[in-house]
Design a protein around this ligand. Structure first.
Ligand code: LMR
Length: 398
């Protein structure tokens, strides 16, 4: 039965880590996957997480099945974080939120739900987008197209082209948008540009699906989430997938969520019932630990304040690394202007390097980024920076 199974290619992102782990060279840097490491190159275990876990250990809990939609205190905390605790949608109970297995899980629950609802709709993702968006929505049975976003020549956004593509989209298309810290380019649209995108979405009758995997890594938690308020103000329905992998450094706990902004409370309860069917038929119900930790932190004022400070430290360290990368590239002899890296935001830099150059970086210097030229700035540190800069300089100028 398995004789015709073909070998699938390595995952374009996680496959980099697989290869990196097999690489025995002493000097190497994994800038492939979107993971934050601290100045010492270590994956942080946040103090707010440790405090919550300590409290949990002193009052150990049993591990029965969770409700299909997850821990209620967690779902409420996600709602409050995404929409605002006192916001009208939360107050009028018109948001359906479910716990999900990471941000990817939130996207997949949303995709399966939408496929049943609008089987013929097309999904539009940005060009380029997170590598897994196309695969995930195609896997859910959708035809996936893209809307313009990035101008490789200018190394900048192409906002006019983005608006034009959205204006040309068929009514009912599902548009996947990055709420903040665009992955992979690092270029976000401005608040004023969001207003224009929202106007087109409304005029064309498109369904917005926001991927918010990096809230807090751009300008701040509230600032990065502000776009949600714009959709609410426009009176649109909306799906938002949330991830705490990065913002809580809880990658392996797979803590995420999906929130669906509905028209009223009664509609939200029908939507929730359908989300639960999707979850039940995929993995029954979610795991306990990660969501319990996040709920404990978000629902405790002191731990929440600690989390916000720790997240701000991560955000500021990435910014500092961007500046040092630009300076280091110059010092290493790169003649072209690399200052665009400082205009990018979030964990990534779309470096503009070609596939061949990225392969050289990997093969000759042990510097891993994706084939499309994305590098994770959040994995740079004072120990690996000089090597990375010299490697990029060799590839660009050598
Ligand atoms: C990334 O883009 O590197 C992260 O979101 C990790 C992943 O799952 O791809």
């Amino acid at each position: 039965v398995f004789s015709t199974v073909e070998m699938a290619p390595r995952d374009p992102i996680l496959g980099q880590s697989e290869q990196f782990n097999l690489d025995t060279r002493p000097v190497k840097a994994n800038l492939g996957v979107g993971v934050y490491f601290d100045d010492a190159g270590r994956l942080p275990l946040l103090a707010c997480v440790q405090a919550a876990e300590k409290a949990m250990l002193s009052a150990p809990s049993t591990r029965g099945y969770l409700p299909i939609d997850g821990i209620a205190a967690y779902d409420n905390a996600v709602k409050a974080l995404v929409f605002g605790a006192d916001s009208e949608p939360v107050q009028s109970a018109r948001v359906a939120t479910v716990q999900a297995i990471g941000g990817t899980g939130g996207l997949k629950i949303g995709a399966d739900f939408l496929k049943k609802l609008s089987p013929d709709a097309k999904v539009l993702i940005s060009d380029p987008s997170w590598e897994n968006h196309r695969a995930l929505f195609s896997g859910a049975g959708f035809t996936v197209d893209s809307y313009a976003y990035y101008d490789a020549e200018k190394r900048d956004l192409n906002f006019d082209a983005m608006l034009a593509s959205l204006n040309a989209a068929a009514a009912g298309s599902i548009v996947v948008l990055h709420a903040c810290c665009h992955n992979p380019t690092g270029y976000d649209i401005s608040p004023g540009q969001w207003d224009q995108v929202i106007a087109v979405i409304e005029a064309r009758g498109l369904t917005p699906f926001l991927d918010m995997a990096y809230q807090g890594f751009g300008h701040g938690i509230a600032e990065d989430g502000a776009v949600i308020g714009k959709f609410v103000a426009a009176g649109l329905n909306l799906l938002v997938s949330t991830s705490f992998s990065k913002s809580f450094s809880l990658y392996g706990e797979r803590v995420g969520g999906l929130s669906v902004l509905c028209t009223d409370k009664e509609q939200a309860s029908r939507v929730l019932s359908q989300l639960k069917v999707v979850i039940r038929t995929n993995y029954s119900n979610p795991p306990t630990h990660g969501a319990a930790v996040v709920a404990a932190v978000l629902n405790d004022p002191e731990l929440r304040a600690l989390w916000e400070r720790e997240l701000a430290q991560m955000r500021l360290r990435i910014k500092a690394m961007r500046q040092q990368l630009v300076a280091g590239l110059k010092a290493a002899g790169v003649r072209q202007d690399m200052d665009f890296i400082n205009r990018q935001i979030g964990m990534f830099s779309y470096s503009g390097l070609s596939r061949a150059q990225m392969l050289r970086l990997r093969n000759e210097f042990g510097v891993y980024g994706t084939d499309t030229g994305r590098m994770c700035v959040a994995a740079l540190n004072p120990q690996n920076l000089a090597h990375v800069c010299q490697a990029i300089a060799q590839v660009l100028e050598g």
